[in-house]
Each structure stands twice: as C-alpha cells, then as structure tokens.
Design a protein around this ligand. Structure first.
Ligand code: ADP
Length: 412
C-alpha cells in the first residue's frame, strides 16, 4: 500500500511516501519512495523534494495555505519531475496518514478519519490552537483532491501517553479545573517515544511487558519519557509542549510566578510573555546567539563563548535531572535511549548528560559514543554498565505509515 504521510505544522508541511505491506512490517523494513518539506507557507515558500535514490530538488513558490502546498506535492508526485516509478497517477496513492498534534482525552490510538473524528480533533483546538487547525486543513485538502474514497488516518502525538497513571498526569491545582477544563499533562512526541521503544524491543528482543526504559527525544523540541512495561508512565511535556526540558527556544520548567513578576515589572502582556517563553527562551534565550545546538557547540569550542557554554550546561543538567527523577520513580530502568537531532548526532552532549550518572550504575563507553552519529543505531555504554545507553534514530513517519496501514486493514 502506497501511503502518503503528512505532517502539517503551523506554517510548514513535511511529507513522505512509504510503501507498507504486512511483509515490510514483519521484517521491520522501510520502503521510502519520496520525501520533502515545504516551509514558510503563507509567504514565499521554500520547497525541498527528494525522490529516493535521486537528487534533491529545491524550489521557491508562493503558497497561501496548506491546501495549495498539498496540491503541489500531489501534482509533483505524479509528474515526470519526481520520477517516483510506483506513482504515476493519483490513484497510486492508496491512503494518507496525518500526524495530529492533540487528541486530548478522546483519542488513545490511531483512527480512520470520519466526521466524528474530525469533530473530536476540532474539540481539541483549544489545547493546540496553532497545530490542530493546520492538521484539519490537511485532512480537508486531501479529501478535496483525492476524494472521499481514499482512506485517511489520524495518528496523535498525545496517544502514546494516554495510559499514564493519574498521579503522573494530574497537576496539583484545584481538582475542579481538571474536571471543568481537562487541565492535565497530555505529553507530546508520543509517536517518536513509541517508535524508539518499539525499535529498542526489536533490537534487544525484549518483550513489551518487560520494557522499562527512559527515552529522550532531543531535537529543537525536547521531551523525556519514562516507559514502564512498554507503556508511557510519565513524560516531561505537559498540557502543552512548553513544559519539561530546556529546548531550542522554549523554556521548559520555570516557576510560574515569574510570569506575574515580569508582567508587573515590565508591563508585558500575557500573550507577549507566552511568546517569549515559547520562541525566545531555551538555548536561544540563554546564549543570545542561536537555538541550534551544533552552532552553540562550535561557538563554545572556537570562541570559548561563555553564554553558549552556559546554555549547553543548562540543557544537559535539565536532561540529567529528568533521568534521575525517572530512575527514582521507576525504581530503575534497563536503558536510557538518545534520539532526535541532538540525541542522535552529538556525542559531546550525550557524554555531558551522562556525567554524574555513575552512582546509578550508568557508564558510557566513549569510543562507542564517539563513533555513533549520522543515523546509526547501537549501544554506547560499557559492557558492564548497569543501565544500557543506546542511540536510536527516531522515525515518526514510518510509524504513522504503519498505523495508517493497520487502520485501513482494520487490524489496529
Ligand atoms: P526538530 O525537533 O525540529 O525535528 P531535529 O530533531 O532535527 O529538530 O533536531 C535539531 C537539533 O539537532 C538542532 O539543535 C541541531 O543543531 C541539532 N543537531 C543536529 N546535528 C547535530 C550535531 N552533529 N551536533 C550537535 N547538534 C546537532
């Protein structure tokens, strides 16, 4: 089954076309046909297209909205320009899987999209005002172009965390606000944590019920997840993706009283404050330079930039703090897994995070660590480390494609 996977961000569109069969799932193989990104939807958009095995194509075109961008992608896929042999007409795309950011308490697994599901996603707009509308635009655009006959599935970022126990997901604020407004931890990056956990099980031949691990998705957005018996038991992102680890531009945890204090001192409105917490904080806020970890590491090494160093130290300390908290709450774990752009590629950051974890029996093997980057996966701890350290590149799109296949086949 040729599946188009769509990830509609607030102003971007990422897509992949993956062929999925029961055989590729059983063999844990991936048959990627093409992928691409369209950035800056709403103005002059930048388009990057990559048919598998062929050169990357770059273009710039003005797209007003997601519908226009999706229309372009579909036309490109069937054109000679893309040269994707498996797809020469629109009917060669047999189903579409959407990454949907917020499923609230309604969706605990991936589902085939129908009117009721669309209503459910609409009901969660309050919780993800930038993302859910973009996801809905994507769903509507596909229905308009490919017709109602092509099945579409929704794969939720929050679904993997839906089994968290109440003492993990409830905030200690008056209980009526949970009852009235469903204010609670939902967690995000669920598809990524689920994929990493699945991949760990596959690599180590561990049954799901015996999978007790901590997964770290460290990219521009960052989150940690405590996985007990194969299920999400706790995660660092909260009701929104702002909570938890220090991120590229997001604060992660801070004292909420800072908001009131800054509001009084600087007369800044709450909406400006939230913009600051989301877009001008984290690595960017501390360094005053960039939200990009690679650039910060370069600044630190080449120019001994003090604030770049400080931003990196704060980032690593916060990750370590969550590892410690989860090890305590889970009564230990079998593995700590690094993923996301930073976790997959930066041996330095992995090494700095693991400093002072020896008390827990965590021992990094520096030679293995230094050799692990650029999409490789494997163990980077010493053979006698009590807790394994593992690098596993995430692949949310593959999991979305497989879930879509299962939804269409009715086996989810
Ligand atoms: P997103 O959350 O947007 O998907 P990614 O998972 O692609 O982000 O991660 C982006 C981050 O990964 C950036 O901070 C980037 O600098 C960092 N990164 C990528 N490669 C390296 C590297 N070799 N060393 C350090 N950081 C890296």
């Amino acid at each position: 089954m040729n599946i188009l996977v769509l990830n509609c961000g607030s102003s971007s569109l990422k897509f992949q076309v993956i062929n999925v069969t029961q055989e590729t799932i059983d063999q844990n193989a991936e048959d990627l046909l093409a992928k691409g990104v369209i950035e800056r939807i709403g103005s002059q958009s930048l388009i990057t297209l990559k048919p598998t095995g062929r050169k990357t194509q770059k273009k710039a075109l003005p797209f007003r909205n997601h519908a226009q961008a999706i229309d372009f992608v579909l036309k490109w896929l069937v054109s000679e320009d893309s040269d994707v042999t498996a797809i020469s007409k629109l009917s060669d795309i047999q189903s579409v899987g959407h990454r949907v950011v917020h499923g609230g308490e309604k969706f605990s697994k991936s589902v085939l999209i129908n009117d009721e599901v669309i209503e459910g996603i609409e009901d969660c707009i309050d919780l993800a005002p930038l993302h859910n509308p973009a996801n809905l635009d994507g769903i509507a655009a596909i229905e308009q172009i490919l017709g109602k006959g092509v099945p579409q599935a929704a794969v939720f970022d929050t679904a993997f965390h839906s089994e968290m126990p109440q003492d993990s997901y409830l905030y200690p604020i008056p209980y009526q606000f949970y009852r009235r407004y469903k204010i609670r931890r939902y967690g995000f990056h669920g598809t990524s944590h689920r994929y990493i956990s699945y991949r760990y099980r596959f690599l180590t031949n561990t049954p799901k019920s015996e999978t007790n691990i901590i997964t770290l998705h460290l990219g521009n957005g960052c989150s940690a997840c405590a996985i007990r018996e194969g299920k999400s038991a706790d995660t660092s992102m909260g009701m929104t993706p702002l909570e938890g680890l220090t991120m590229g531009t997001r604060t992660g945890d801070i004292d909420p009283a800072i908001l009131e204090y800054l509001h009084l001192k600087e007369g800044i409105t709450y909406s400006h404050l939230f913009n600051m917490l989301n877009k001008q904080s984290g690595l960017l806020g501390i360094s005053g330079l960039t939200n990009d970890m690679r650039e910060l590491l370069e600044e630190e090494e080449e120019n001994q930039d003090r604030r770049a160093s400080l931003a990196i130290d704060i980032f690593c300390r916060r990750v370590r703090k969550y590892i410690g908290a989860y090890l305590a709450n889970m009564n230990g774990a079998d593995a700590i897994i690094f993923s996301g752009g930073i976790g997959e590629n930066s041996a330095t950051i992995r090494s700095r995070i693991c400093q002072n974890l020896s008390w827990f029996g965590v021992a990094i093997d520096e030679e293995r660590n230094q050799s692990m980057s650029g999409g490789n996966e494997g163990i980077i701890s010493t053979s006698d480390s009590k807790v394994k350290l593992v690098v596993i590149p995430t692949n949310e799109e593959l999991l979305i494609a497989r879930d879509t296949y299962r939804c269409v086949e009715g086996i989810i």
